[in-house]
Write a protein that binds this ligand. Structure first.
Ligand SMILES: [Zn+2]
Length: 258
């Protein structure tokens, strides 16, 4: 019986290993295809910006290089975290400590990228709840976001891709878009992909229009800074699927205009 269980376990592990490898290969091909064929290279501007992130780490993965380049030129960049990130708990952290740890990691990462604590905003909404909000809760968050927009009047906004294959990420896109409309702000909007390229090639339903209007920026000059900022997220990098981080260590970042 034990031998049979061991064989089943081995088959599952092998299947998971192959599936993970296929994902990594597919993600690398997709990223490079968008980067070299589908996107137009642009320079990082000196326009003020707000980066909206559902969780503490998305801003660094998706926009860490852009943030560091702008901050090196003293361009104001604010970062807003919508959720408290409490659902991602590695075994070695007590659940009641995770919110504090993730905030500290975010402050460390952003400090490396040149963003002060005073420009970092933790809204503290429940992790994994952004698609389950009541009408009133949704209205309150949109008001909160539009007040931030009115206060800082950014010229550029960075937010997760509208089809990022993660409920909080897609909800963040929709909430921020509604807040922009409410605040009557004339602003350039860039979507940053985090999960959308991390697909199972056998069941991928990525559509071409989802990556049309892609731009890329070179982050060669700040690549080490981004790498260090990613390393600050100690509680998270161990929970990510193998190979997931590789693409975020690239000397390029991809954005899709909204
Ligand atoms: Zn996230």
């Amino acid at each position: 019986m034990k031998t049979k269980i061991n064989t089943v376990q081995k088959n599952i592990n092998l299947r998971e290993f192959i599936s993970s490898k296929l994902r990594q290969i597919y993600c690398t091909i997709l990223f490079n295809w968008i980067l070299h064929i589908k996107s137009k290279q642009i320079a990082v501007t000196e326009k003020t910006a707000i980066v909206f992130a559902p969780h503490q780490d998305d801003e660094t993965f998706g926009c860490g290089g852009m943030i560091a380049i702008k901050r090196a030129k003293k361009v104001p960049v604010n970062v807003v975290f919508l959720t408290d990130g409490k659902r991602s708990i590695p075994e070695w952290i007590k659940p009641e400590e995770i919110i504090k740890i993730r905030q500290e990691e975010a402050l460390t990462a952003l400090n490396i990228l040149g963003v002060a604590a005073s420009a970092t905003h933790f809204l503290g909404h429940g992790d994994a709840t952004l698609t389950q909000l009541s009408h009133e809760e949704r209205r309150l968050i949109i008001t909160q976001l539009s007040e931030l927009l009115k206060a800082y009047k950014p010229e550029e906004i960075y937010l997760p891709h509208r089809k990022d294959r993660h409920l909080d990420h897609e909800a963040t896109y929709n909430l921020v878009k509604d807040a922009i409309a409410l605040s009557n702000l004339n602003v350039e909007i860039f979507q940053y992909p985090v999960w959308i390229l991390w697909q199972n090639p056998l069941s991928s339903n990525l559509k071409l229009q989802e990556i049309s209007g892609s731009y890329c920026i070179s982050i060669h000059t700040v690549q080490d800074q981004k790498k260090q900022a990613i390393a600050s997220y100690k509680s998270q990098i161990t929970t990510l699927p193998p190979g997931f981080l590789t693409r975020f260590l690239s000397p390029y970042e991809i954005f899709i205009k909204s």
